[in-house]
Design a protein around this ligand. Structure first.
Ligand code: FAD
Length: 458
């Protein structure tokens, strides 16, 4: 039996962050992984999708170049070459991560682990005992009851990342983050795209104004979508698929991507047998990410909060520091920044307007929506969109920031500091934003909300 300070099950964003920080703090760490170091984000999520989105952005730039006076012709999309580029990015990062884990002295164990006791994980017949255990088994693409994902005509995001050609037409079931990102990629690469979302709007977790702007932008891009009517089923035909809605509408395409959310990989891991408490399909944790079993923590997609890689990183770091007794700051789930990397991008932190109204009361809020039409850099890039700030009245702090437009994800770092440091618009307004940058729009929004707008018709 091998003994450690810290045994980690799962080497995705949450697990490997705990391993790296733990070893940095002098803990003896075992990191157990049955597939590949880096998990979903590096191999099947964040990185490959963003590489595809970048290839799509280049295709759009070529298509639209004449608007800027640059003549060009888009000769076509060489999908194997796009995949080479995408895989090259993943592989370089994967190599770097492997080197880092080795350099930090983490014992990396390949194999399917099973949690067998409060402080033990078994891999085959080998037992890894830890003074502390971190569960970080992540998530998998979900489907709907009676909807079979065959990997051919009906696919999930993992299959979508491996397609060797751009489908001529595609239906995307689900208008959340993963759905709209793939819609954006495939439209840019030349496919006919239709999104089916059962809730009343695209990106339904975002502020309503953002959803409306996203729908406008997608309509302009020629991305079709249906919202507010539930999916009823799909028929496979010789030529593709026909998706049916509950109101009788049908949509035909080459294939259908199922993007209806991700399930937590908490079953068949030994978790139930050891008496771990669940919260639905998630592992129940307290604010310190401790489970009901002593010295057992859980992080990442298997615990409450948004399923995001940077949440997993932060939780992994937190747990290692908590084990070491460093008293790390409890993670504020509302302060976790969120980006949808479609064109246009969506970026937000804090509460959306309806949640802010519910929490504080509508009469306690002041809101501004600064239109990117007034922002020089946005005009140069020819992007539309806005920055919406929601703050408490009477000089109170900012409680939500919501943005849409090309590249607004890059503005989120400032937004997150404003939110997390409880800044008021009056605190932010005196700071100078370089001209012409998109970040000026953040300053303008703060200026407008603090009663001294500059480039705004008031
Ligand atoms: C298409 C897509 C795009 C995304 N884009 C973004 C994005 O742009 N930004 C962002 O922040 N997030 C994004 N995400 C989400 C992000 O990938 C996840 O939130 C993140 O990977 C979660 O990290 P994790 O450590 O909890 O789990 P995972 O990364 O899923 O890692 C869990 C690991 O545990 C291993 N494992 C499970 N059970 C066992 C076992 N019994 N034994 C051994 N190993 C085991 C798995 O093999 C896996 O490697 C995206 C996800 C998808 C699917």
């Amino acid at each position: 039996m091998a003994t450690y300070d810290l045994v980690i099950l799962g080497a995705g964003s949450g697990g490997y962050a705990a391993a790296l920080r733990g070893s940095q703090l002098g803990l003896k760490v075992a990191l157990i992984e049955r597939d590949v170091l880096g998990g979903t984000c590096l191999h099947r999520g964040c990185i490959p999708t963003k590489a595809l989105l970048h290839a799509g952005e280049i295709a759009d730039s070529v298509r639209e170049s004449a608007v800027f006076g640059v003549k060009s012709n888009l000769l076509g999309i060489d999908m194997p070459q796009v995949n080479d580029y995408k895989d090259g990015v993943v592989n370089r990062l994967y190599k770097g991560l492997q080197g880092l884990v080795k350099h930090r002295g983490v014992d990396y164990v390949t194999g399917n682990g099973k949690f067998v006791g409060p402080n033990k994980v078994m891999v085959g017949d080998q037992v890894f005992e830890g003074k502390h255990v971190v569960l970080a088994t992540g998530s998998f693409p979900k489907s709907l009851p009676n909807l079979e994902v065959d990997g051919n005509q009906v696919i999930n995001s993992e299959h979508a990342l491996k397609l060797s050609k751009v489908p001529a037409s595609v239906i995307i079931l689900g208008g959340g983050v993963i759905g709209v990102e793939f819609a954006s990629v495939w439209k840019s690469l030349g496919a006919e795209v239709t999104i089916i979302e059962g809730l009343p709007r695209l990106v339904p977790a975002e502020d309503e104004a953002v959803s409306k702007a996203m729908e406008r932008a997608f309509r302009k891009r020629g991305i079709n979508f249906s919202t507010g009517v539930r999916f009823a089923g799909v028929d496979k035909t010789k030529h593709g698929v026909v998706a049916k809605l509950e109101d009788g509408q049908t949509f035909a395409a080459d294939l259908m991507l199922v993007a209806v959310g991700r399930g937590s990989a908490t079953r068949n891991q030994g978790f139930e047998e050891t008496g771990l408490e669940f919260d639905g399909e998630l592992i129940k944790v307290n604010e310190n990410l401790q489970t009901n079993l002593a010295n057992v923590y859980a992080v990442g997609d298997i615990v409450r909060g948004p399923q995001l890689a940077h949440k997993g990183f932060q939780e992994g770091i937190f747990v290692a520091e908590h084990i070491k007794g460093l008293n790390p700051r409890v993670i504020d789930v509302t302060a976790i920044p969120r980006v949808v990397y479609s064109e246009p991008e969506v970026a937000s932190v804090g509460l959306n307007e309806s949640a802010a109204k519910e929490k504080y009361g509508a009469d306690q809020l002041r809101t501004v929506q600064y239109d990117l039409a007034g922002n020089g850099k946005s005009q140069i890039l020819r992007t539309a969109g806005f920055i919406k700030l929601i703050a408490l009245k009477n000089g109170g702090q900012i409680v939500g920031i919501h943005m849409i437009g090309s590249r607004v994800g890059e503005l989120l770092a400032e937004a997150q500091l404003m939110y997390s440091w409880d800044a008021s618009p009056e605190d932010v307004a005196p700071y100078i934003h370089a001209h012409p940058t998109m970040s000026e729009a953040m300053g303008e929004a703060a200026m407008a909300l603090s009663g001294k707008p500059l480039h705004t018709h008031d």
